[in-house]
Design a protein around this ligand. Sequence first.
Ligand code: AR6
Length: 231
Amino acid sequence: LSSISDTDNLETKEVERQEVGSAGSHANPVCPDDIPTLAFPSISTSDFQFNLEKAADIIVEKVAEFLNKFRNARLVLVDLSHKSKILSLVKARIAEKNMDTQKFFTHVGDITHLYSRGGLRCNAIANAANWRLKPGGGGVNAAIFNAAGPELESATKDKVKSLSPGNAAVVPLPSSSPLFTREGVTHVIHVLGPNMNPQRPNYLNNDYNKGCKILQDAYTSLFDGFASIVR
Ligand code: AR6
């Protein structure tokens, strides 16, 4: 972890981040002393139809657990729209629990353009993947594979063949990938969450005992993966 040790410094960073955002896309993407940041989508709550309230509880619980262990890292929950229900639910919990909003916050935008369109510098992004780790299929998986280019598909294949629900796989992004050069993303972490959609593999048939456990495992696995690259 890089050494940003006091709140003043963090506040300065935050202001810089916002200024970079308003300055648009010509800012310098290389900020080596930035606090290590993982941006992640809400796993399983769209195509996989997982209950949003339950997912929000799990996200907040798992983020708090991670931030207790890793004080010098930052997590950002991302979704495409200001109307995102999951972002509202998580934001309400962040306020209720008085969480440190320098370390955990929500962001509206495309996870494949966080720096170029949002001024938000993230070392790693998470992908809500499918078990085969294949491009396409819509949602954030299609967006990330498209934006990262064929480099991500081959780097993924080199690393792992498939995922079972509740697991994550950290894939270093080749430096030729547009996500690396344009956005400064060095790692994609694929995560497979629980599936409540009868049309998709590993359907849980509304079993939320299993489902919640798998979603908890998925976030644990995601955040452990992130910890392994910033350590
Ligand atoms: N940027 C940020 N967030 C996004 C983006 C984006 N470009 N695109 C979608 N989201 P989903 P799941 C949000 O359906 O429910 C895939 O086809 C979206 O609004 O992508 O885990 C895979 O191949 C939602 O909040 O993932 C799997 O088969 C969140 O990302 C399956 O869907 C997750 O939505 C996984 O389903």
